[in-house]
Write a protein of this length. Structure first.
Length: 437
Protein backbone atom coordinates (compact mmCIF):
# COMPACT_ATOMS: atom_id res chain seq x y z
CA UNK A 1 0.00 0.00 0.00
CA UNK A 2 2.85 2.34 0.87
CA UNK A 3 4.45 1.63 -2.49
CA UNK A 4 1.24 2.47 -4.35
CA UNK A 5 0.86 5.72 -2.45
CA UNK A 6 4.48 6.63 -3.15
CA UNK A 7 4.02 6.00 -6.88
CA UNK A 8 0.88 8.18 -6.89
CA UNK A 9 2.71 11.01 -5.15
CA UNK A 10 5.56 10.77 -7.67
CA UNK A 11 3.11 10.90 -10.55
CA UNK A 12 1.32 13.91 -9.13
CA UNK A 13 4.61 15.66 -8.52
CA UNK A 14 5.71 15.00 -12.12
CA UNK A 15 2.38 16.21 -13.52
CA UNK A 16 2.49 19.37 -11.42
CA UNK A 17 6.08 19.98 -12.40
CA UNK A 18 5.28 19.37 -16.09
CA UNK A 19 2.24 21.66 -15.90
CA UNK A 20 4.28 24.32 -14.19
CA UNK A 21 6.98 23.98 -16.83
CA UNK A 22 4.42 24.32 -19.73
CA UNK A 23 2.88 27.35 -18.06
CA UNK A 24 6.29 28.98 -17.75
CA UNK A 25 7.05 28.33 -21.43
CA UNK A 26 3.68 29.71 -22.53
CA UNK A 27 4.23 32.78 -20.37
CA UNK A 28 7.52 33.40 -22.19
CA UNK A 29 5.75 33.40 -25.58
CA UNK A 30 2.90 35.54 -24.26
CA UNK A 31 5.46 38.00 -22.94
CA UNK A 32 7.14 38.10 -26.34
CA UNK A 33 3.80 38.74 -27.99
CA UNK A 34 3.15 41.70 -25.64
CA UNK A 35 6.64 43.10 -26.20
CA UNK A 36 6.19 42.83 -30.00
CA UNK A 37 3.00 44.85 -29.79
CA UNK A 38 4.44 47.42 -27.40
CA UNK A 39 7.60 47.80 -29.49
CA UNK A 40 6.45 47.51 -33.10
CA UNK A 41 2.67 47.02 -33.05
CA UNK A 42 3.41 44.02 -35.25
CA UNK A 43 0.30 41.89 -34.88
CA UNK A 44 1.49 39.25 -37.35
CA UNK A 45 4.61 38.50 -35.31
CA UNK A 46 2.60 38.71 -32.10
CA UNK A 47 0.26 36.03 -33.52
CA UNK A 48 3.24 33.75 -34.18
CA UNK A 49 4.36 34.06 -30.54
CA UNK A 50 0.87 33.63 -29.18
CA UNK A 51 0.14 30.48 -31.20
CA UNK A 52 3.39 29.01 -29.86
CA UNK A 53 2.13 29.82 -26.37
CA UNK A 54 -1.13 27.98 -27.08
CA UNK A 55 0.81 24.77 -27.63
CA UNK A 56 1.64 24.79 -23.93
CA UNK A 57 -1.77 25.95 -22.64
CA UNK A 58 -4.88 23.83 -22.18
CA UNK A 59 -7.07 26.74 -21.15
CA UNK A 60 -6.52 30.48 -20.78
CA UNK A 61 -7.17 31.33 -17.17
CA UNK A 62 -5.81 34.87 -17.21
CA UNK A 63 -8.19 37.65 -18.26
CA UNK A 64 -5.37 39.80 -19.66
CA UNK A 65 -4.11 36.92 -21.79
CA UNK A 66 -7.66 36.37 -23.09
CA UNK A 67 -8.00 40.08 -23.92
CA UNK A 68 -4.61 40.04 -25.62
CA UNK A 69 -5.54 36.95 -27.68
CA UNK A 70 -8.83 38.57 -28.77
CA UNK A 71 -6.96 41.70 -29.86
CA UNK A 72 -4.28 39.75 -31.77
CA UNK A 73 -6.80 37.69 -33.73
CA UNK A 74 -8.98 40.71 -34.48
CA UNK A 75 -6.08 42.74 -35.85
CA UNK A 76 -4.94 39.83 -38.00
CA UNK A 77 -8.31 39.06 -39.62
CA UNK A 78 -7.99 41.78 -42.25
CA UNK A 79 -4.60 40.44 -43.29
CA UNK A 80 -6.21 37.22 -44.55
CA UNK A 81 -6.91 37.11 -48.29
CA UNK A 82 -9.80 34.65 -48.04
CA UNK A 83 -13.04 35.87 -46.42
CA UNK A 84 -13.60 32.50 -44.79
CA UNK A 85 -10.21 32.78 -43.15
CA UNK A 86 -11.14 36.30 -42.03
CA UNK A 87 -14.30 34.94 -40.43
CA UNK A 88 -12.25 32.22 -38.72
CA UNK A 89 -9.96 34.84 -37.15
CA UNK A 90 -12.90 36.97 -36.08
CA UNK A 91 -14.63 34.02 -34.44
CA UNK A 92 -11.39 33.18 -32.61
CA UNK A 93 -11.23 36.79 -31.46
CA UNK A 94 -14.85 36.61 -30.28
CA UNK A 95 -14.12 33.35 -28.45
CA UNK A 96 -11.21 34.86 -26.53
CA UNK A 97 -13.24 37.99 -25.82
CA UNK A 98 -15.97 35.85 -24.26
CA UNK A 99 -13.28 34.03 -22.26
CA UNK A 100 -12.20 37.42 -20.91
CA UNK A 101 -15.70 38.18 -19.63
CA UNK A 102 -15.83 34.82 -17.89
CA UNK A 103 -12.65 35.73 -16.03
CA UNK A 104 -13.31 39.44 -15.35
CA UNK A 105 -15.42 40.05 -12.23
CA UNK A 106 -15.20 43.83 -12.08
CA UNK A 107 -17.86 44.98 -14.51
CA UNK A 108 -17.30 48.61 -13.71
CA UNK A 109 -13.63 48.81 -14.58
CA UNK A 110 -12.48 50.84 -17.57
CA UNK A 111 -10.75 47.72 -18.94
CA UNK A 112 -14.07 45.84 -18.80
CA UNK A 113 -15.87 48.61 -20.68
CA UNK A 114 -13.12 48.75 -23.33
CA UNK A 115 -13.46 45.02 -23.87
CA UNK A 116 -17.23 45.39 -24.21
CA UNK A 117 -16.70 47.92 -26.98
CA UNK A 118 -14.17 45.58 -28.61
CA UNK A 119 -16.64 42.68 -28.45
CA UNK A 120 -19.35 44.81 -30.07
CA UNK A 121 -16.92 45.74 -32.85
CA UNK A 122 -15.95 42.09 -33.27
CA UNK A 123 -19.60 41.01 -33.54
CA UNK A 124 -20.39 43.78 -36.03
CA UNK A 125 -17.42 42.80 -38.15
CA UNK A 126 -18.42 39.13 -37.98
CA UNK A 127 -21.87 40.11 -39.19
CA UNK A 128 -20.40 42.13 -42.09
CA UNK A 129 -18.04 39.34 -43.13
CA UNK A 130 -20.82 36.73 -42.79
CA UNK A 131 -23.05 38.85 -45.06
CA UNK A 132 -20.19 39.18 -47.52
CA UNK A 133 -19.66 35.40 -47.50
CA UNK A 134 -23.41 34.90 -47.98
CA UNK A 135 -23.45 37.31 -50.93
CA UNK A 136 -20.41 35.68 -52.47
CA UNK A 137 -21.92 32.23 -52.05
CA UNK A 138 -25.18 33.40 -53.60
CA UNK A 139 -23.21 34.93 -56.48
CA UNK A 140 -21.23 31.70 -56.87
CA UNK A 141 -24.45 29.68 -56.98
CA UNK A 142 -25.97 32.18 -59.43
CA UNK A 143 -22.93 31.98 -61.71
CA UNK A 144 -22.86 28.21 -61.41
CA UNK A 145 -26.52 28.06 -62.44
CA UNK A 146 -25.84 30.49 -65.26
CA UNK A 147 -22.91 28.41 -66.47
CA UNK A 148 -25.03 25.28 -66.31
CA UNK A 149 -27.73 27.04 -68.31
CA UNK A 150 -25.15 28.26 -70.82
CA UNK A 151 -23.76 24.72 -71.10
CA UNK A 152 -27.30 23.44 -71.59
CA UNK A 153 -27.97 26.09 -74.26
CA UNK A 154 -24.68 25.25 -75.94
CA UNK A 155 -25.69 21.58 -76.03
CA UNK A 156 -29.09 22.52 -77.47
CA UNK A 157 -27.44 24.75 -80.08
CA UNK A 158 -24.84 22.12 -80.95
CA UNK A 159 -27.53 19.47 -81.37
CA UNK A 160 -29.62 21.79 -83.52
CA UNK A 161 -26.57 22.85 -85.53
CA UNK A 162 -25.71 19.20 -86.09
CA UNK A 163 -29.21 18.55 -87.39
CA UNK A 164 -28.78 21.43 -89.85
CA UNK A 165 -25.45 20.12 -91.15
CA UNK A 166 -25.04 18.44 -94.49
CA UNK A 167 -22.79 15.41 -94.32
CA UNK A 168 -21.54 15.77 -97.87
CA UNK A 169 -18.12 15.22 -99.38
CA UNK A 170 -18.45 18.34 -101.55
CA UNK A 171 -20.89 21.07 -102.49
CA UNK A 172 -20.19 22.76 -105.82
CA UNK A 173 -21.06 26.28 -106.92
CA UNK A 174 -24.68 27.36 -107.13
CA UNK A 175 -25.82 28.48 -110.58
CA UNK A 176 -28.16 31.33 -111.52
CA UNK A 177 -31.12 29.05 -110.79
CA UNK A 178 -29.96 28.61 -107.16
CA UNK A 179 -29.03 24.96 -107.68
CA UNK A 180 -25.77 23.13 -107.10
CA UNK A 181 -24.34 19.67 -107.39
CA UNK A 182 -23.17 17.83 -104.29
CA UNK A 183 -21.40 14.53 -103.76
CA UNK A 184 -21.52 11.81 -101.11
CA UNK A 185 -19.48 8.62 -101.24
CA UNK A 186 -18.69 9.15 -104.94
CA UNK A 187 -22.34 9.70 -105.86
CA UNK A 188 -23.82 12.98 -107.09
CA UNK A 189 -27.07 14.77 -106.37
CA UNK A 190 -28.72 18.22 -106.55
CA UNK A 191 -29.36 20.70 -103.76
CA UNK A 192 -30.90 24.18 -103.77
CA UNK A 193 -29.60 27.20 -101.85
CA UNK A 194 -32.06 26.53 -99.02
CA UNK A 195 -30.52 23.13 -98.41
CA UNK A 196 -33.38 21.12 -99.91
CA UNK A 197 -32.25 18.02 -101.78
CA UNK A 198 -33.83 17.79 -105.21
CA UNK A 199 -31.97 14.62 -106.20
CA UNK A 200 -30.46 12.20 -103.71
CA UNK A 201 -26.81 11.29 -104.23
CA UNK A 202 -27.28 7.53 -104.22
CA UNK A 203 -27.43 6.38 -107.83
CA UNK A 204 -25.26 8.41 -110.18
CA UNK A 205 -21.47 8.19 -110.01
CA UNK A 206 -20.65 10.91 -112.52
CA UNK A 207 -22.24 14.10 -113.79
CA UNK A 208 -21.75 16.66 -116.57
CA UNK A 209 -22.85 20.24 -116.00
CA UNK A 210 -23.20 22.93 -118.65
CA UNK A 211 -25.62 25.57 -119.94
CA UNK A 212 -28.11 24.91 -117.15
CA UNK A 213 -28.31 21.14 -117.57
CA UNK A 214 -27.04 18.39 -115.26
CA UNK A 215 -26.39 15.10 -117.03
CA UNK A 216 -26.08 12.28 -114.48
CA UNK A 217 -24.48 8.93 -115.35
CA UNK A 218 -24.82 5.74 -113.36
CA UNK A 219 -21.16 4.99 -114.12
CA UNK A 220 -18.25 7.22 -115.00
CA UNK A 221 -17.33 4.99 -117.93
CA UNK A 222 -19.72 3.04 -120.15
CA UNK A 223 -22.83 4.41 -118.47
CA UNK A 224 -26.04 2.51 -119.09
CA UNK A 225 -28.33 5.14 -117.56
CA UNK A 226 -28.51 8.89 -118.13
CA UNK A 227 -30.65 11.19 -116.04
CA UNK A 228 -31.12 14.76 -117.28
CA UNK A 229 -32.06 17.64 -114.98
CA UNK A 230 -32.96 21.01 -116.45
CA UNK A 231 -32.12 23.64 -113.83
CA UNK A 232 -34.06 26.30 -115.72
CA UNK A 233 -37.45 24.69 -115.19
CA UNK A 234 -36.34 22.35 -112.40
CA UNK A 235 -37.52 19.17 -114.07
CA UNK A 236 -35.72 15.90 -114.63
CA UNK A 237 -36.19 12.71 -116.56
CA UNK A 238 -34.46 9.46 -117.47
CA UNK A 239 -33.25 9.13 -121.06
CA UNK A 240 -34.16 5.99 -123.04
CA UNK A 241 -31.69 3.12 -122.75
CA UNK A 242 -28.88 2.90 -125.33
CA UNK A 243 -30.52 -0.16 -126.88
CA UNK A 244 -33.59 1.98 -127.65
CA UNK A 245 -31.33 4.13 -129.79
CA UNK A 246 -29.46 1.22 -131.35
CA UNK A 247 -30.34 -2.42 -130.67
CA UNK A 248 -26.67 -3.44 -130.52
CA UNK A 249 -25.64 -0.75 -128.04
CA UNK A 250 -25.20 -1.72 -124.39
CA UNK A 251 -23.89 1.58 -123.03
CA UNK A 252 -23.77 5.24 -123.99
CA UNK A 253 -20.01 5.36 -124.50
CA UNK A 254 -18.52 8.85 -124.46
CA UNK A 255 -21.05 11.51 -123.47
CA UNK A 256 -20.45 15.14 -124.39
CA UNK A 257 -21.55 18.33 -122.61
CA UNK A 258 -25.20 19.35 -122.90
CA UNK A 259 -25.75 22.61 -124.76
CA UNK A 260 -28.07 25.54 -124.29
CA UNK A 261 -30.28 24.50 -127.23
CA UNK A 262 -31.07 21.26 -125.40
CA UNK A 263 -28.90 19.05 -127.60
CA UNK A 264 -26.85 16.23 -126.12
CA UNK A 265 -24.44 14.00 -128.08
CA UNK A 266 -23.22 10.57 -126.96
CA UNK A 267 -21.28 7.85 -128.76
CA UNK A 268 -22.88 4.48 -127.86
CA UNK A 269 -20.91 1.29 -128.46
CA UNK A 270 -21.63 -0.94 -131.46
CA UNK A 271 -23.08 1.96 -133.39
CA UNK A 272 -22.15 3.64 -136.66
CA UNK A 273 -23.88 6.81 -135.54
CA UNK A 274 -23.70 9.06 -132.47
CA UNK A 275 -26.82 9.60 -130.44
CA UNK A 276 -28.07 13.17 -130.82
CA UNK A 277 -30.81 13.77 -128.28
CA UNK A 278 -33.03 16.80 -127.88
CA UNK A 279 -33.48 17.27 -124.13
CA UNK A 280 -36.22 19.84 -124.65
CA UNK A 281 -38.60 17.58 -126.57
CA UNK A 282 -37.18 14.29 -125.23
CA UNK A 283 -36.46 12.50 -128.47
CA UNK A 284 -33.60 11.43 -130.74
CA UNK A 285 -32.69 13.78 -133.56
CA UNK A 286 -31.88 12.17 -136.90
CA UNK A 287 -31.42 13.39 -140.43
CA UNK A 288 -34.93 13.25 -141.87
CA UNK A 289 -33.94 12.57 -145.52
CA UNK A 290 -30.35 11.44 -145.94
CA UNK A 291 -30.66 11.06 -149.72
CA UNK A 292 -31.52 14.74 -150.12
CA UNK A 293 -28.60 15.63 -147.85
CA UNK A 294 -26.26 13.43 -149.88
CA UNK A 295 -27.38 15.10 -153.10
CA UNK A 296 -26.53 18.53 -151.68
CA UNK A 297 -23.16 17.31 -150.39
CA UNK A 298 -22.35 15.81 -153.79
CA UNK A 299 -23.58 18.91 -155.60
CA UNK A 300 -21.22 21.03 -153.49
CA UNK A 301 -18.32 18.61 -154.10
CA UNK A 302 -18.13 17.69 -150.41
CA UNK A 303 -18.54 13.97 -151.21
CA UNK A 304 -17.82 12.03 -154.41
CA UNK A 305 -20.58 9.44 -154.27
CA UNK A 306 -23.30 8.00 -152.04
CA UNK A 307 -25.52 4.92 -152.04
CA UNK A 308 -28.74 3.65 -150.53
CA UNK A 309 -26.85 1.96 -147.65
CA UNK A 310 -26.10 5.37 -146.14
CA UNK A 311 -22.51 5.26 -147.31
CA UNK A 312 -20.57 8.14 -148.83
CA UNK A 313 -17.38 8.08 -150.86
CA UNK A 314 -14.70 10.67 -150.24
CA UNK A 315 -11.29 10.57 -151.89
CA UNK A 316 -11.89 7.00 -153.08
CA UNK A 317 -12.80 5.75 -149.58
CA UNK A 318 -16.27 4.58 -148.65
CA UNK A 319 -17.52 5.60 -145.18
CA UNK A 320 -20.53 4.81 -143.07
CA UNK A 321 -22.40 8.09 -142.73
CA UNK A 322 -22.91 8.90 -139.01
CA UNK A 323 -25.64 11.49 -139.14
CA UNK A 324 -25.46 15.17 -138.23
CA UNK A 325 -24.08 16.92 -135.09
CA UNK A 326 -25.42 20.27 -136.26
CA UNK A 327 -23.41 23.07 -137.82
CA UNK A 328 -22.57 20.95 -140.85
CA UNK A 329 -20.31 18.41 -139.13
CA UNK A 330 -20.91 14.71 -139.88
CA UNK A 331 -19.21 11.71 -138.17
CA UNK A 332 -17.79 9.09 -140.55
CA UNK A 333 -17.03 5.42 -139.82
CA UNK A 334 -15.22 2.67 -141.65
CA UNK A 335 -17.01 -0.60 -142.27
CA UNK A 336 -16.67 -3.10 -139.43
CA UNK A 337 -15.26 -0.45 -137.08
CA UNK A 338 -17.56 1.32 -134.61
CA UNK A 339 -14.96 3.94 -133.68
CA UNK A 340 -15.39 7.29 -135.43
CA UNK A 341 -12.81 7.56 -138.20
CA UNK A 342 -13.20 11.24 -138.95
CA UNK A 343 -15.55 14.20 -138.99
CA UNK A 344 -16.63 15.78 -142.26
CA UNK A 345 -17.02 19.57 -142.25
CA UNK A 346 -19.59 20.22 -144.95
CA UNK A 347 -18.96 23.94 -144.83
CA UNK A 348 -15.65 23.49 -146.68
CA UNK A 349 -15.17 19.75 -147.18
CA UNK A 350 -12.45 19.52 -144.50
CA UNK A 351 -11.89 16.10 -142.90
CA UNK A 352 -11.01 16.05 -139.20
CA UNK A 353 -9.27 12.74 -138.54
CA UNK A 354 -9.82 11.33 -135.05
CA UNK A 355 -6.25 10.03 -135.02
CA UNK A 356 -4.73 13.48 -135.38
CA UNK A 357 -7.49 15.94 -134.47
CA UNK A 358 -10.51 15.31 -132.27
CA UNK A 359 -11.74 11.95 -131.04
CA UNK A 360 -15.25 13.19 -130.21
CA UNK A 361 -17.29 16.28 -131.07
CA UNK A 362 -20.43 17.43 -129.29
CA UNK A 363 -23.55 19.31 -130.33
CA UNK A 364 -23.47 22.58 -132.26
CA UNK A 365 -24.73 25.69 -130.48
CA UNK A 366 -23.88 29.39 -130.75
CA UNK A 367 -21.34 28.67 -133.51
CA UNK A 368 -19.27 26.37 -131.32
CA UNK A 369 -18.72 22.67 -130.72
CA UNK A 370 -17.17 20.98 -127.71
CA UNK A 371 -14.44 18.61 -128.89
CA UNK A 372 -12.30 16.10 -127.03
CA UNK A 373 -8.67 15.77 -127.92
CA UNK A 374 -6.78 13.24 -125.81
CA UNK A 375 -9.54 13.53 -123.17
CA UNK A 376 -9.09 17.30 -122.94
CA UNK A 377 -11.93 19.64 -123.88
CA UNK A 378 -11.33 22.21 -126.59
CA UNK A 379 -13.83 24.36 -128.48
CA UNK A 380 -13.98 24.53 -132.27
CA UNK A 381 -15.95 26.19 -135.04
CA UNK A 382 -17.62 24.59 -138.08
CA UNK A 383 -14.37 23.73 -139.86
CA UNK A 384 -12.52 22.45 -136.78
CA UNK A 385 -10.57 25.59 -135.94
CA UNK A 386 -10.02 26.14 -132.22
CA UNK A 387 -11.95 29.05 -130.72
CA UNK A 388 -12.47 30.51 -127.25
CA UNK A 389 -14.67 28.66 -124.80
CA UNK A 390 -18.33 29.76 -124.70
CA UNK A 391 -19.89 31.32 -121.64
CA UNK A 392 -21.66 28.74 -119.51
CA UNK A 393 -25.34 29.67 -119.63
CA UNK A 394 -25.83 28.19 -116.18
CA UNK A 395 -24.90 31.71 -115.13
CA UNK A 396 -23.56 33.19 -111.92
CA UNK A 397 -25.30 32.75 -108.59
CA UNK A 398 -26.79 36.02 -107.33
CA UNK A 399 -28.28 34.80 -104.04
CA UNK A 400 -26.82 35.37 -100.58
CA UNK A 401 -26.50 31.81 -99.31
CA UNK A 402 -22.93 30.93 -98.37
CA UNK A 403 -21.53 27.43 -98.15
CA UNK A 404 -19.44 26.88 -95.00
CA UNK A 405 -17.28 23.81 -94.49
CA UNK A 406 -17.02 22.77 -90.84
CA UNK A 407 -13.94 21.34 -89.11
CA UNK A 408 -15.59 17.91 -89.01
CA UNK A 409 -15.90 17.94 -92.81
CA UNK A 410 -19.65 18.58 -92.93
CA UNK A 411 -21.23 21.60 -94.59
CA UNK A 412 -23.69 24.26 -93.49
CA UNK A 413 -25.56 26.89 -95.47
CA UNK A 414 -25.50 30.44 -94.06
CA UNK A 415 -28.01 33.10 -95.05
CA UNK A 416 -28.45 36.48 -93.36
CA UNK A 417 -26.17 35.30 -90.52
CA UNK A 418 -28.41 32.27 -89.92
CA UNK A 419 -27.72 28.59 -90.46
CA UNK A 420 -30.47 27.31 -92.75
CA UNK A 421 -31.70 23.97 -93.97
CA UNK A 422 -35.02 23.92 -95.77
CA UNK A 423 -37.44 25.87 -93.58
CA UNK A 424 -35.29 25.41 -90.47
CA UNK A 425 -33.10 28.29 -89.23
CA UNK A 426 -30.59 28.73 -86.42
CA UNK A 427 -28.76 31.77 -85.13
CA UNK A 428 -25.03 31.77 -84.60
CA UNK A 429 -24.14 30.42 -81.16
CA UNK A 430 -23.28 33.84 -79.71
CA UNK A 431 -26.66 35.25 -80.79
CA UNK A 432 -28.49 32.12 -79.61
CA UNK A 433 -26.93 32.33 -76.13
CA UNK A 434 -27.62 36.06 -75.84
CA UNK A 435 -31.25 35.71 -76.91
CA UNK A 436 -31.99 32.70 -74.69
CA UNK A 437 -30.17 33.55 -71.48
Amino acid sequence: MKKLLLAFLCLMTFAFTEAQSNKDISNVYIKRAKETLDRDADFEEALVHFEKALKYLDTITDKNTASLASLIYFENYSLQSDVKEQLFFLEKSESYSKQYFLLEKNVNSEEYLNNVESLVLIKETIEEISEQIKREEEERIRKEKELKKIDSLKNIWTSKSESLSLKFDSIYKFNKNNLALYSVNNYYGIINDSGEILLEADKYQDVLSFDGYFIFKNKEQEATQIYCYNTNDKTGFLLPSPSDFNTLSTHFGNIMLPRGNGRLVAYPNNSYEPMVYDLSVKKNVKVSNKQDLFKNLKKNDIIDKYNKDDEVKINKVWYKFGGHLGGGIHPLYLNNNYDVHSFLCSIDGKMLSTSSKYQYIGAFYNNKFQALKNNETVWINQNGTKVSAPKDEAGVYSGNTKVVKLDNGSYQLMKDSLIILGTEKLEKMSDFLRNNK
